[in-house]
Design a protein around this ligand. Structure first.
Ligand SMILES: NC(=O)CCC(=O)C(=O)O
Length: 285
């Protein structure tokens, strides 16, 4: 496996950091740094943290924990990426910008340069009677842009949690040339068992690419209890790495030749009826 090189490497390792998140922001940042270092030592070239890694997940917490970007949390990520010579997908943090709040993921390259910033496009507003009612839009605003970034391995597309439910977004990333989609997320104890793995597999199979989801570890005492089960799925739609709900790091070896092989065997990309339908990014003219 090539860690970094001048030519495009055909295989690389990613790490999904399923970290325990507490109400103590400085402790969360310290923990994230430690786990990122461990993931890099484990051979990962791309490391992802979970959604809301610096704050508990909940609409009441977002205003209290929000910060500007750059800010203290992204400074920690920048340092961790450079010190460990990795691409770091910074899960997400509540971001404050011009009086508005967003659920935002920033990505740093191996020299600590911020190369991408994704604001969750689809806010988690749901009402499943007797189970879960949640309204991110009580405090957050949605982002308007798709976010993909280049690495020496492949292009990687980013979505945050509820974004995974929107198949069109993944299709657009695939159309842009992404071979891996990363979704920091925090599903819950109702939709997690029902949909988390299914959605991860669906996005991978639809688009014949790798998809990985990265959750915080479960805290039974938290107001919002995360499902955990950070998972990676191959372009064949198979779960190739997963875990339970405790704090852990899931390592996944990505084989880009497999993407090409499967696309050659089942050539959806060329068989698609471009003359009859299309999925389009309206932010591009
Ligand atoms: N943080 C989120 O967006 C949660 C999404 C979720 O649980 C779902 O079912 O979708």
């Amino acid at each position: 496996m090539l860690k970094l090189g001048t030519t495009m490497a055909r295989s690389f390792r990613i790490a999904l950091v399923q970290m325990s998140v507490t109400a103590d922001k400085p402790a969360n940042l310290q923990r994230a740094s430690k786990l990122v270092k461990e993931a890099a030592a484990g051979g990962a070239s791309v490391v992802s943290l979970p959604e809301c890694f610096n704050s508990p997940y909940g609409t009441g917490y977002f205003p209290e924990y929000a910060e500007q970007i750059p800010g203290p949390s992204t400074d920690v990520l920048k340092k961790a990426a450079a010190e460990n010579n990795i691409f770091l997908v910074g899960g997400s943090i509540p971001e404050e910008d011009n009086g508005k709040l967003y659920n935002t993921c920033v990505v740093f390259n191996t020299t600590g340069e911020m190369i991408a910033k994704h604001r969750k496009m689809h806010l988690f507003d749901i009402d499943v009677p007797g189970k879960i009612t949640f309204k991110e839009s009580e405090t957050l605003c949605p982002g308007d842009n798709f976010t993909a970034f280049d690495t020496p391995f492949c292009k990687i597309g980013i979505g945050i949690c509820y974004d995974i439910r929107f198949a069109e977004m993944a299709q657009l990333y695939s159309k842009q040339g992404c071979k891996l989609l990363l979704y920091p997320g925090a599903f819950n104890m109702t939709t997690g068992p029902a949909h988390w793995e299914l959605l991860t597999r669906a996005r991978a199979l639809d688009n014949q690419l790798y998809v990985a989801t990265v959750s915080p570890a479960r805290d039974e005492k938290a107001k919002y209890v995360a499902w955990g089960h950070s998972t990676a799925v191959s372009p064949w739609g198979e779960v190739i790495a997963t875990c339970e709900h405790e704090e852990t790091i899931v390592y996944v070896d990505i084989d880009l030749d497999l993407v090409d092989q499967i696309r050659g065997q089942i050539p959806l990309t060329v068989q698609r009826r471009h003359d009859r339908y299309e999925v389009k990014d309206k932010t591009q003219s």
